[in-house]
Ligand binder design. Structure first.
Ligand code: MRU
Length: 347
């Protein structure tokens, strides 16, 4: 694959988990060392690590830390199960968290001789497999793009949200490497600024031309600039193809449809949750009002104002043209399309 970016926000070293602190980017590249599962859960809640696949992988290493800490204690299994519950509850929308933890729980039940070793191998394998899958999705998605395309993305579905390359950003990286993408447009993605702080940083590092917009400028850019593609990641995809992704994705998909831009969602097949028939069943995380009140360290409104801060929204399947997974490209309509995916299996 033609890409320079080798960023991976998660590292295991000296029996500890190291996370690139995404709250501090792009100003500082700081790594935090975590030594136990509750610290990992806290880091997921606080967005030290974020992005659907990445929070799953961090949680998987959290289970390793839990077994290293409690493995020889009496009643260790209860202590580890309680850590797993804490990790699973850290953020509710992305199904990848439950998926990664499900793989770890299966191994715990197998009770191998060196449990910590086999759990660590599984967590490392999740990282490695994710990078391979992202490369595959990048190639598959880029095949759909025409030469000279102007692309819009939202939030960060890049290397920082995964084990490397990203999902939506893998498509953009490959497409740019193939000289098909002329310009990438990204909204700030308030209130966390994943677009301006993370995606613009990743793209600039790879020398991919990026224009940053205020979120509210997106429809106008589609109207004036002529965006060809909206390419985003996903936190959970319902069986009918409805997609949960960063708040604002729904509005972008509506604007894209109005302006004739195609919508591509890029996500590993583990993001498809066949137990949920449509988007109305996907839990949407509501985050603290403080994130809106003092976004970017500035007091934005009177503290007594009622604030709603949903972190994700649901884009109806009817607004999506393609869902790209590592197992193939799904083209709308999506009803019944995912039945060939086997949840829980990674190839
Ligand atoms: O709140 P975040 O930053 O975790 O939200 C991330 C997103 O919405 C991403 O688009 C999604 O997780 C896909 S990441 C490959």
């Amino acid at each position: 694959m033609q890409t320079k970016s080798q960023i991976c926000p998660i590292r295991w070293q000296d029996n500890a988990l190291f996370l690139l602190d995404q709250r501090r980017l792009p100003a500082e590249e700081t790594w935090l060392r975590l030594d136990n599962a509750p610290e990992v859960a806290e880091a997921i809640r606080n967005m030290v690590v974020r992005g659907a696949p990445a929070i799953g992988f961090a949680a998987a290493f959290g289970v390793v830390l839990s077994v290293l800490r409690h493995g020889s204690a009496a009643g260790w299994r209860n202590l580890v199960d309680s850590d797993i519950e804490t990790l699973a509850a850290a953020r509710p929308t992305a199904v990848n968290l439950a998926w990664s933890l499900g793989r770890m729980t299966k191994l715990l039940a197998a009770e191998s001789d060196d449990l910590a070793r086999s759990l660590l191998d599984e967590a490392q394998d999740q990282l490695k497999t994710d990078r391979e899958q992202n490369l595959r999705m990048g190639q598959a998605g880029a095949e759909l793009i025409e030469k000279g395309s102007k692309v819009m993305t939202h939030c960060n579905a890049g290397a920082l949200a995964t084990a490397g390359y990203g999902t939506a950003l893998a498509v953009i990286r490959v497409g740019h490497g193939q000289k098909k993408i002329e310009q990438v447009f990204v909204g700030e993605t308030r209130p966390w600024f994943q677009g301006s702080r993370l995606t613009a940083w990743e793209l600039a590092k790879d020398g991919i031309p990026v224009t940053l917009l205020a979120d509210s400028a997106a429809a106008q850019a589609m109207q004036k600039v002529g965006i060809n593609w909206l390419i985003v990641g996903a936190d959970r995809i319902a069986a009918n193809g409805d997609v949960a992704n960063k708040i604002g994705t729904y509005a972008l998909a509506i604007a894209a449809r109005h302006h004739g831009a195609k919508v591509m969602v890029v996500a590993p097949h583990a993001t498809v949750d066949m137990s949920i028939s449509d988007g109305s069943g996907i839990p949407i995380e509501e985050r603290s009002a403080n994130e809106i009140l003092d976004a970017a360290g500035i007091e934005n409104c009177l503290p007594e104002i009622t604030i709603a801060n949903p972190a994700f929204d649901i884009t109806p399947a009817a607004l999506i043209d393609f869902i790209v997974t590592e197992k193939g490209v799904f083209r709308a309509p999506f009803e019944g399309a995912f039945s060939r995916l086997k949840p829980g299996k990674m190839t």
